[in-house]
Design a binder for this molecule. Structure first.
Ligand code: ADP
Length: 403
């Protein structure tokens, strides 16, 4: 791989398309941008190159394809050197089902399989396919690689991924735990081993990715052995607007006694619950911290439930690992919220964790390092970099397996 190789990364949501050009060796971002409100009456696009921000309005109804067209014609058209350095396009795909345990070069069969997995991730896989098709049209000369959120968790043992439902639902419908945020858990667990100065194969970590979506993973010697998100991203921790773990009987009650439709339930569980639902104020951790400091009861309660649930999972995940070399906080909340970390570490006093308050306050806004007192179980903050993993995987695949 020459020093100047770059990977274009594409990450599509239902109405957005994020793109970035990343150096797979250093993780340095050369260009990044987003097209938003796609398909609506007033879609827009903005991007940053060399610290200079630019934006433009798109035609009403502009699609994912329109964003990539502008990227090629307008943005890269003016950056011929950067365009020439591109060696691959890396696509973030949420659900790879049981088919993909690592990243793959995209061909027609891979596209068909991602399409098949769409029934497991109806909100996520169809837009990813739109991004893939548009990038294949606009960059026909470049190899395209799919990097799956679920792939890292394909190492889960049966006893961790099966639900206690009739086995036929797994056999016939593939209903099981898949887990998400795999690229982030992989990245921070590898980085933690480096920081600890231990070989990855002999390092056990519990990685807590806390953003708007949140999940936690037990990583044993570089392999995921349990994770909190399930068949869908709804299970597990309390999130910005998702409920996480819930008695399934509540759903039956809501459907039978309150006549909730499946659409209403989907909305309730995905968009109206979590920090927002409990606080009746916001899904944004910063806003909740400010409100809690001023005595807002709902905000305090939401943050406390978030930390308590997180601490319970951390305690549970020490079980498969036996010895935990580090607990790792990452994601927007994990990297920045000293409040959440402090309350979680307080609950973890039962497992002898002790917070170094000064370090906890100092390790924010992109800083990396320990926040536990020396001589006590290690807790680290490690900023995540999912784009770097995607760039690295894509480069490795197109250059013949270098990593
Ligand atoms: P996404 O899952 O959308 O990628 P992020 O990883 O960016 O989300 O995390 C968003 C969350 O991080 C929000 O709840 C936000 O309030 C929180 N966050 C960001 N900065 C801070 C901060 N300085 N203090 C507390 N929370 C923060």
């Amino acid at each position: 791989m020459s020093h100047s190789s770059q990977v274009l990364i594409i990450n599509t949501g239902s109405s957005s398309l994020k793109f970035a050009i990343v150096d797979p060796l250093s993780g340095k971002e050369q260009l990044s941008g987003i097209g938003e409100a796609l398909g609506s009456a007033s879609p827009r696009m903005e991007w940053v190159h060399d610290g200079v921000e630019q934006d433009c309005r798109l035609d009403a109804g502009a699609s994912h394809h329109s964003v990539i067209e502008i990227l090629v014609e307008q943005i890269l058209g003016e950056l011929p050197v950067l365009s020439e350095e591109l060696i691959a396009v890396g696509h973030r795909v949420v659900h790879g089902g049981e088919y993909f345990s690592s990243s793959v070069l995209i061909d027609q069969q891979v596209i068909n399989t991602i399409d098949q997995c769409a029934s497991l991730a109806p909100l996520h896989n169809p837009p990813a396919l739109k991004g893939i098709r548009a990038a294949m049209d606009e960059f026909p000369q470049l190899p395209q690689v799919a990097v799956f959120d679920t792939a890292f968790h394909q190492s889960l043992p049966e006893h961790a991924y099966l639900y206690a439902l009739p086995y036929s639902l797994y056999r016939d419908q593939r209903i099981r735990r898949y887990g998400m945020h795999g690229t982030s858990h992989q990245f921070v667990s590898e980085r933690a081993a480096l920081l600890l100065g231990r070989p990855l194969a002999e390092t056990n970590t519990i990685t807590a990715h806390l953003g708007n979506g949140a999940s936690i993973t037990a990583v044993q010697g570089g392999a995921s052995v349990d994770t909190s998100m399930g068949m869908t991203p709804l299970e597990g921790l309390v999130m910005g607007t998702r409920c996480g773990d819930l008695d399934p009987g509540v759903l039956i009650h809501l459907a039978e006694s309150l006549n909730h439709s499946t659409d209403k339930l989907k909305n309730l569980l995905n968009r109206e619950s979590g920090l927002l639902g409990i606080s009746e104020l916001s899904n944004d951790c910063r806003e909740l911290e400010q409100a809690a400091a001023q005595g807002h009861h709902g905000a305090k309660l939401a943050l406390e439930i978030f930390c308590y649930r997180l601490a319970k999972y951390i305690a549970a995940y020490t079980l498969p690992l036996r010895h935990v070399h580090a607990l790792v906080f990452t994601g927007g909340i994990g990297e920045n919220s000293s409040w959440i970390r402090e309350r979680t570490m307080h609950w973890l006093g039962a497992l002898s964790y002790e917070l170094d308050r000064e370090q906890n306050e100092a390790t924010r806004f992109g800083a990396e390092g320990p926040i536990s007192r020396s001589g006590t179980p290690v807790a680290l903050v490690v900023p995540t970099n999912e784009e770097w993993i995607i760039a690295r995987d894509a480069a490795a695949i197109v250059t013949g397996g270098l990593r």
